[in-house]
Design a protein around this ligand. Structure first.
Ligand SMILES: C[S@@+](CC[C@H](N)C(=O)[O-])C[C@H]1O[C@@H](n2cnc3c(N)ncnc32)[C@H](O)[C@@H]1O
Length: 333
């Protein structure tokens, strides 16, 4: 009860309630929140500190950036979610905050698209700067072969490399990406490789235009570090996974290479095993032990999570609700 009272006291102030509503829309930095609220950074930081101490928000530091997001656990976290649901997006103050958030996200998305547009033709070279592709691909092939999927979805397919590697092992493979430039290269690559069962389409990982439970395997390879809502991207991937299906996420372990943010549009500097496992569990999946492929300086991690038939039907409704929330949030992009 004491915890709840502290949380209620902390949020009973207009700016702090606005901060809670904003942090429900993604992982945001203090700079972004300051821009939206139009208040000084020390003032916003003070509010954020109070909200974190009360358990309503989580704060995490990654290199020189600090992110805030809605608390994932505890009674204060549950209260935060209820408050967000009770707030009316049409309220003039909230509507203006959301509009400003939308503008910031658009600006960020434009920067990332410009990066992908400019680097589409040399993406393979950039990738090979920090991962041993053959090792990662061999491990992926092994995981996919063990689950023997009929169809596979590659989210953020880029130049279609994952489709080239995995499509020969399935009946149907679909790659989606938000960059037309990447997709045009992927089409050339698929044609050159003679992969008639591989298709690519324009799409957004937060809002897949695909039915529930429509794929046996979903791959998210080197995409999540661009996401401002990695948990929502995982929930959306889980939604399209069939009962007994497998989700495979490949990304970096936590690192400190800030230049990847400045020069290569990365938002997150890798992910911990614990946070990926939590997101998978929240999406109704059972995470397996991650596979680490240490490199210099970056370590690649393969996280695998399975949907079990028994948990699927119980979770379907919850996932649908979350998917429609993701849909609403997607409109902010
Ligand atoms: C680093 S590339 C990786 C491509 C591919 N998975 C690979 O490993 O070769 C990241 C890709 O994610 C795509 N991407 C980023 N945000 C996305 C989103 N919201 N929806 C769909 N694709 C997205 C980018 O356009 C880019 O092609």
């Amino acid at each position: 009860m004491e915890q709840l009272l502290t949380a209620l006291r902390a949020v009973a102030e207009p700016t702090r309630l606005r901060l809670v509503v904003l942090c429900a829309r993604g992982e945001l930095t203090v700079t972004e929140l300051t821009q939206i609220l139009g208040q000084s950074q020390p003032r916003v930081s003070r509010h954020l500190k109070l909200l974190c101490e009360a358990g309503l928000l989580d704060r995490f530091r990654e290199g020189s950036w600090v992110f805030y997001r809605l608390s994932q656990s505890g009674p204060a976290g549950a209260l935060a979610r209820q408050l967000v649901a009770a707030c009316d997006d049409a309220d003039p103050t909230i509507a203006l905050d959301l509009q400003r958030l939308s503008a910031i996200k658009r600006q960020r998305a434009d920067l990332a698209s410009a990066y992908f547009r400019e680097n589409a033709d040399q993406w393979h070279r950039i990738r090979s700067l920090y991962v041993d592709e053959r090792e990662v691909e061999a491990a992926l092939i092994e995981i996919i072969a063990a689950t023997d999927p009929r169809d596979l979805l590659d989210i953020g397919t880029g130049t279609g490399r994952m489709l080239e590697v995995l499509a020969p092992r399935v009946e149907r493979a679909l790659g989606i990406d938000q960059s037309r430039e990447m997709l045009s290269i992927a089409r050339v690559n698929l044609e050159r490789a003679g992969l008639e069962n591989g298709l690519v389409r324009l799409g957004d990982m937060y809002q897949l235009a695909l039915p529930d439970a429509s794929f046996d395997a979903v791959v998210i390879h080197q995409v999540l570090h661009y996401a401002d809502r990695p948990a929502a991207a995982i929930a959306e991937a889980a939604r399209v996974l069939r009962p007994t299906g497998v989700l495979v996420i490949v990304d970096f372990a936590p690192h400190t290479l800030e230049f990847l943010r400045d020069e290569h549009a990365h938002r997150r500097l890798g992910f911990s095993d614990v946070e990926v496992a939590e997101w998978c569990t929240a999406a109704g999946l059972d995470p397996a032990s991650p596979h680490h492929l240490p490199g210099d300086p970056l370590t690649v991690v393969i996280w695998t999570a399975h949907r079990h038939a028994a948990t699927y039907s119980a979770l379907t409704e919850d996932l649908r609700t979350r998917a429609s929330t993701a849909l609403l949030e997607g409109e902010l992009h």
